[in-house]
Design a protein around this ligand. Structure first.
Ligand SMILES: Cc1ncc(C[n+]2csc(CCOP(=O)(O)OP(=O)(O)O)c2C)c(N)n1
Ligand SMILES: [Mg+2]
Length: 888
């Protein structure tokens, strides 16, 4: 039995000391590399003879880069400090002033106070706005540190004082500044929405991966470009933050640098009061295969560590938990001397030459430009792995009274005394009146600090952040290109999913735009019949295919290649969405327009990764989300967790998302073709969501003159065969076929003529109607305009029965403009494992339910005999006393 580590006692201190001395001697005489080699050999031998080795995923709680490996700081520290102090001042002034003026408007002081050095070293030495003619680095700025980014842009002369004064006032006559990084609100400035915690880390990982994809496919030039992601330590608790770490190491993304601002606090209190967040994250990232650089202590500590021969200083550093580290900063020098150094006489002695004030000011690594610079330098030079920098900082750094206090995150306003202390602390050089009135300040042009600042940015290729849009490079192929979708199907008939795969293949073969198409699939290609893409276009694999696939002798084998086009993501909708985001915003980040199609189980889209989709919209992303195996009754067998009856409802909440529920192949062709035209040719900031189903049925030939209706959301698909219709039937997706069957039953068995309409998008119909209604409301003196849904129906008579494989609220979206006419049938409630016939009967969306709903309604209107209507339920097998599926 091995002894547990905690129970181990030193049985022979003499022997221990000899081993340690031997090691010291090797280090001294042959250097650390030799020592490391010997230890490795020893470990190997130990394992071979059955000695249990402790798994070590932590290094000591000190800086990863020893002082002797540092290079001197290349910049002018004094000038950089003045620039940083002014940025701190303007950021603080911006938030504080605005909250005095407009109480409760919000903003954050403490976060930027902690991250300022981490940003400034980057701005002065690392963040490239461009590499020659090529676009530069992608920098994800920690969202609620935005005041500091604005303050710097103000110093650079890119934002006016008026603009700063209008922080969080975006709806006035003058332009304001958005609270957080939102490309939607500041399209010339912000590139990456980051403030929803967890979005930046996952998007940054996939951004770095997509950069490689574009390089490997020859679509962009290879440059030393990096992805920098500045993240909060609290933020790392989000599952999205750490969920894709191994992708980054597997893909050897040495173009990716995470900088985690470890200020030890989140909103309410300590991130890990009882532990150490830096050590926890180090272990996790090391385990995931990252290069980890810890920046724990500032230069002031180097001397103390060097003088500490007892080893007790490191021991003390290791044994304190973050809750204590927070208190040290909150309570100041005397407290630190007593509680930290005072634990051992040896450590207390180390600081006897320092005053309490000096002890209080012993800096943490993330506030020391020398340490930060060296960490960034090593990160940028590191090859073969992504790098994580763990920078220890103080939340609310330098802001008296709130430094390291639990409520610091929420602090919005500073009193006069705090403002003056802040000024002294950072030695902010300002004219007196500017200081007293807490005004914004930019030194005159030509002053040393302004010249320095501009020169640094010139060296780094321009200012950041800045968002630019490439001129349109894409022409949508004409509809005729998709003839096989337009001309109707022959047996065996396809599903809309199969029709889409044909369309995608056609698009990918298009000589002009084919190479820009990015199919993204989270391990679902076979479900959607897309495996043929693997062989035809290759699966992207940065290292190529290192094995012979077992199916190599088959036509459609599993082909991985370095310039493969398909992103086979594995089972991660969040990761796939992050790829979709990188691809759908490449037109601004790389000046290359890409057309992503993300094909997934519709149930696991909006509901699972809705926040990532929202951020995609904010980022003005373009592309097609394709919700496969859609429809609560069309996806047979799979049951409650898979059957989607509400993604269209969720899609309707995203302003730039045009959502469609097509029934037939030609509808898909029309929507996708026009989508490419609008998004790329016309450069509209919108994207598409299309449902795709797996039911096979005949695809009709596209009728004349319906394209406009398909795009706007409704067209008449099949007029009543005999007589003038006194009833209208709306259908969408495969349920349109049920409406057609209902039309037939109504005519043959009940003598009622009905028209059938294909409703491709209630969402779009509603939006258009709302726009029209708004115009009418705002122009009471002018002739009212008619919403499209009303004019499309024209003189069509009678009530409307709308049936959908989605919730009733989807068709109900248009009922305000069709007052009193709509009867809606939909799939509210939990799904079931069943076949389509039973599912549609259960949810009351089959043809029989449509017929009985129509008769019931006509009877209530006095247009049909009530007794006959009642009997029809029995005749057609529609239960009247069963349980309501909405709650079943
Ligand atoms: C998904 C999500 N949940 C909650 C919030 C609200 N929120 C904003 S900042 C914050 C605390 C952030 O702590 P940390 O990441 O440590 O950043 P710090 O300000 O300490 O640098 C929270 C909870 C959010 N923005 N996003
Ligand atoms: Mg924090």
């Amino acid at each position: 039995m091995h002894q547990k580590k905690t129970e181990r006692v030193d049985l022979d201190p003499q022997e221990t000391s000899e081993w340690l001395q031997a090691l010291d001697q090797v280090v001294e005489e042959a250097g650390p590399d030799r020592a490391s080699f010997l230890l490795e050999r020893l470990a190997q031998r130990a394992r071979n003879v059955g000695v249990e080795l402790p798994i070590q995923h932590n290094t000591p709680y000190i800086n990863t880069i020893p002082p002797e490996d540092e290079v001197p700081y290349p910049g002018d520290r004094a000038l950089e400090r003045r620039i940083k102090s002014l940025t701190r001042w303007n950021a603080m002034a911006m938030v504080s002033r605005q909250n005095k003026f407009d109480h409760g408007i919000g903003g954050h002081i403490a976060t930027y106070a902690s991250i300022a050095t981490l940003f400034e070293v980057g701005f002065n030495h690392f963040f490239h706005a461009s590499y020659g003619q090529e676009p530069g680095d992608c920098v994800y700025f920690q969202g609620h540190a935005s005041p500091g980014v604005y303050a710097r842009a103000f110093l650079e002369g890119r934002l006016t004082a008026e603009r700063l004064a209008n922080f969080r006032h975006e709806l006035r006559d003058h332009p304001g500044l958005s609270s957080y990084p939102h490309p939607w609100l500041m399209p010339d400035f912000w590139k990456f929405p980051t403030v929803s915690m967890g979005i930046a880390p996952i998007n940054a990982i996939y951004q770095a991966r997509f950069m490689r994809y574009l390089e490997n496919r020859g679509l962009i030039a290879k440059t030393p470009r990096k992805v920098w992601a500045f993240l909060g330590d609290g933020e790392m608790d989000e599952p999205e933050s750490m969920g894709s770490l191994t992708l980054a190491s597997r893909e050897k993304l040495d173009n990716l640098i995470f900088v985690i601002n470890c200020n030890l606090q989140r909103l309410d209190g300590p991130v890990r009061g009882n532990g150490k967040i830096i050590q926890e994250l180090e272990a996790a990232f090391l385990g995931a295969g990252w290069n980890v650089i810890k920046v724990v202590w500032g230069t002031d500590w180097d001397g103390l560590l060097a003088r500490d021969k007892s080893g007790l200083l490191i021991k003390r550093m290791e044994e304190c938990v973050d809750g204590e580290y927070q208190s040290f900063k909150a309570k100041g020098g005397a407290y630190i001397r007593k509680e930290f150094f005072g634990k051992y006489p040896e450590t207390l002695k180390l600081v006897e030459h320092l005053s309490d004030e000096q002890v209080g000011k012993l800096r943490r690594g993330g506030h020391d430009p020398q340490k930060v610079f060296n960490a960034y330098r090593c990160a940028v030079e590191h090859k073969g792995q992504p790098t994580l920098i763990l920078a220890k900082t103080v939340k609310g750094y330098g802001v008296a009274e709130i430094e390291a206090r639990n409520p610091t995150h929420q602090q919005k306003e500073l009193n006069d005394r705090s403002v003056q202390l802040f000024r002294q602390r950072f030695d902010v050089q300002l004219p007196e009146d500017v200081a007293n009135n807490v005004e914004f300040y930019r030194p005159p042009d030509g002053s040393p600090e302004m010249s320095y600042l501009h020169e640094r940015r010139r060296q780094l290729g321009g200012y950041m952040p800045e968002r630019k849009v490439a001129p349109s490079q894409i022409q949508a192929p004409p509809l005729e290109n998709f003839a096989d979708l337009m001309d109707g199907s022959k047996a065996p008939h396809p599903s809309t999913t199969m029709a889409f795969v044909r369309l995608l293949t056609t698009l990918m073969k298009n000589p002009q735009i084919g190479k820009r198409v990015v199919p993204i699939i989270p391990d679902e290609a076979r479900t959607f019949g897309m495996e043929s893409l693997f062989r035809q276009f290759g699966i992207y694999a940065s290292g190529g295919q290192l094995y012979k696939p077992h199916d190599a002798d088959m036509f459609l084998y599993y082909k991985e290649q370095q310039d493969g086009q398909v992103l086979e993501e594995g089972i991660t909708e969040a990761g796939s969405m992050a790829s979709f985001t990188a691809a759908g915003t490449a037109y601004s980040n790389y000046q290359v327009e890409m057309i992503p199609f993300f094909i997934y189980y519709s149930m696991f889209g909006f509901q699972r990764v809705g926040d990532l989709i929202w951020a995609f919209a904010d980022a003005r992303g373009k592309g097609f989300l394709m919700g496969g195996t859609a429809g609560r009754t069309t996806l047979a067998g799979e049951g409650l967790q898979h059957q989607d009856g509400h993604s269209l409802v969720l899609a309707s909440t995203v302003p730039t998302c045009a959502a469609y529920d097509p029934a037939y192949a030609y509808e898909i062709a029309v929507i996708v073709q026009d989508g490419i035209r609008r998004m790329y040719q016309e450069q509209e900031d919108r994207f598409y969501y299309l449902t795709l189903y797996n039911e096979n049925y005949p695809m009709p030939h596209m009728p004349e003159g319906v394209a406009d209706g398909i795009l706007k959301g409704i067209y008449k698909f099949k007029a009543a065969e005999k007589g003038k219709a006194t009833l209208q039937l709306f259908g969408s997706g495969p349920i349109l076929n049920e409406a057609v069957r209902a039309q037939q039953i109504l005519a043959e068995r009940y003598g009622i003529a009905a028209d059938v309409w294909s409703v491709t998008s209630y969402n779009e119909l509603r939006r258009e109607a709302l726009r029209t209604e708004r115009w009418n409301r705002l122009h009471p003196g002018e002739a009212p305009r008619r919403p499209y849904v009303v004019s499309a129906l024209g003189a069509a008579q009678g009530p409307i029965v709308a049936a959908t494989d989605y919730m009733k609220v989807v068709p109900d979206q248009v009922s305000p403009w069709l007052p009193g006419r709509m009867v809606t049938l939909g799939t509210d409630g939990f799904g079931r494992s069943e076949n389509r016939e039973y599912l549609r009967r259960h949810f009351e969306v089959n043809a029989e339910s449509i017929v009985t709903a129509a008769l019931s309604r006509l009877a209530r209107d006095g247009k049909f005999d009530a007794a006959k209507a009642t009997k029809a339920f029995e005749e057609l097998g529609v239960k009247t006393e069963g349980i309501d599926p909405a709650m079943a």
